[in-house]
Design a protein around this ligand. Structure first.
Ligand SMILES: C[S@@+](CC[C@H](N)C(=O)[O-])C[C@H]1O[C@@H](n2cnc3c(N)ncnc32)[C@H](O)[C@@H]1O
Length: 344
C-alpha cells in the first residue's frame, strides 16, 4: 500500500506519516528507483498504535520506548501516561479553581491586587508541594525483600509490632459490598488490599514505587495497580467507595498530610470511607512524652526511626476529617500505631 492509501485508511495525512518516518517510529520499504514507500499490514498496525498514543498525549520519545523496549509492556507505558495526565489534570483543576476565586474577588473588591497575588502564591506553593516529594527511603530497592523485612523485629523498637492485627482490623472495619471500589494508597506489596478480596470488592492499588507495584501485581494479579502518589491520585472524582492505607502516610511531611486527605476526599463517593493504619502520635503532648521516655531510656534506635519519618499527629487528621463532614473513630494498637476510620 502506498502512502496516500495508508493515510486514507488511517484517517491521517501523508505528511503526518512522513513525520513519524523521520522520527524513526516507522520504516516502510522504499523503492530504490522512485523512492515510493510501501506500507505492509505490520506498518499500518504500528502507525495506528502511534496515532492512538499521540491522541492520549504521549511524547514521541515515549512512544519509541513503548514500541521498541521489550522490558516494558504497552500496559506499563499506558499506566505511566495515565498518571502523567492525572497530574496535569489535577494541576489544571487547581488553576481553574484559583481563577474562579480571583474572579470572585475582583467582582467583590475594588482593589483586589493583594488578594490576587496571594492566590497566585498559594497556587505556586501547591504546584511545588505536589512535585517536591522524594523517595528518600528507596522503596524500589526495598520491594523484593519487603515482606521478609516486615517479619524482622528491630532490636529495641519494632515498627511492625501489631502489623497483622492492624491490617486485619482495617479490613474488618471497612464496610464494602461486592463490586465496591476500594483504593489502597501506598499499596506496597498488596498486604492490605488483598484482605478485601473476600468482600468481592474491586481493589485499586496505588503506589509511587514501580517495583512495589510489580511485586504487588505478581502476588495478587486481581489488584489493579496504578502508579501515583498521595497528592495526585490517578482517579476521577467520586470514584471510590473506600480509601485505605497502611504504613504509608508517615512518608509525607505533616503539611502534605492534610492535602492528602483533601485529595482522598476528592475521589471518594458521597458516603465514602477512609481507613488509615499508620505510625502516629495522639497529639503533640503524646509525642513529647514518648520521645522523652525513649530519651531517658537511651533508646536511640526508636528516636532515630521516628525522626527519620513523619509520624502524624492523629488529632490534626481527625480534626480535619470531622470538620469536613466525616464521622470519625480511632483505635490504638500500641504506643505509635493507630487506626483512623472515617465515614462521610
Ligand atoms: C512501608 S510501605 C507499606 C506498604 C503496605 N501498605 C503495607 O502495609 O505493607 C510504604 C509504601 O508507601 C509507598 N509510598 C510512600 N510514600 C508515598 C507517596 N507519597 N505516594 C504514594 N505511595 C507512597 C511506598 O512506595 C511503599 O510502597
Amino acid at each position: 500500500m502506498h502512502i496516500n492509501q495508508a493515510a486514507k485508511q488511517l484517517n491521517t495525512t501523508p505528511r503526518t506519516i512522513r513525520f513519524y518516518e523521520e522520527k524513526e517510529l516507522v520504516s516502510p520499504q522504499k523503492d530504490a528507483k522512485n523512492d515510493y514507500r510501501t506500507f505492509t499490514d505490520h506498518d499500518l498496525l504500528r502507525l495506528s498504535t502511534i496515532l492512538a498514543l499521540r491522541e492520549i498525549g504521549m511524547q514521541i520519545d515515549t512512544i519509541k520506548g513503548v514500541l521498541d523496549n521489550p522490558d516494558m509492556s504497552m500496559n506499563d507505558y499506558l499506566n505511566v501516561q495515565r498518571s502523567a495526565l492525572f497530574e496535569k489534570w489535577i494541576e489544571m483543576k487547581d488553576m481553574i479553581h484559583t481563577i474562579d476565586q480571583m474572579i470572585e474577588k475582583t467582582t467583590e473588591d475594588d482593589s483586589p491586587t493583594d488578594t490576587i497575588v496571594a492566590l497566585a502564591k498559594h497556587l505556586k506553593n501547591m504546584k511545588n508541594l505536589r512535585k517536591s516529594w522524594e523517595d528518600k527511603w528507596h522503596f524500589d530497592d526495598q520491594a523484593a525483600g519487603y515482606d521478609q523485612n516486615i517479619k524482622m523485629a528491630g532490636y529495641r523498637f519494632n515498627v511492625h509490632q501489631d502489623y497483622d492485627k492492624a491490617l486485619s482490623k482495617a479490613a474488618e472495619t471497612t464496610n464494602l459490598q461486592p463490586n465496591d471500589v476500594c483504593v489502597d494508597i501506598g499499596v506496597g506489596t498488596g498486604n492490605l488490599g488483598a484482605k478485601f478480596f473476600d468482600k468481592g470488592a474491586r481493589i485499586i492499588g496505588i503506589d509511587q514505587s514501580e517495583e512495589m507495584l510489580k511485586v504487588c501485581a505478581e502476588k495478587y494479579p486481581a489488584i489493579e495497580t496504578r502508579k501515583g502518589h498521595f497528592l495526585a491520585l490517578p482517579l476521577l472524582d467520586n470514584q471510590a467507595d473506600a480509601i485505605v492505607s497502611s504504613y504509608a502516610l508517615h512518608h509525607i511531611p505533616d503539611d502534605e498530610k492534610l492535602l492528602a486527605l483533601d485529595e482522598m476526599n476528592r475521589v471518594l463517593k458521597t458516603n465514602g470511607q477512609v481507613c488509615v493504619v499508620d505510625l502516629m502520635f495522639n497529639d503533640t503532648q503524646h509525642r513529647t512524652d514518648i520521645m522523652r521516655y525513649f530519651g531517658e531510656n537511651g533508646n536511640l534506635e526508636a528516636i532515630d526511626a521516628i525522626e527519620d519519618e513523619f509520624y502524624a499527629d492523629r488529632s490534626k487528621l481527625t480534626e480535619w476529617l470531622a470538620t469536613n463532614g466525616y464521622h470519625v473513630e480511632t483505635y490504638q494498637f500500641n504506643t505509635t500505631l493507630s487506626m483512623i476510620y472515617a465515614r462521610r
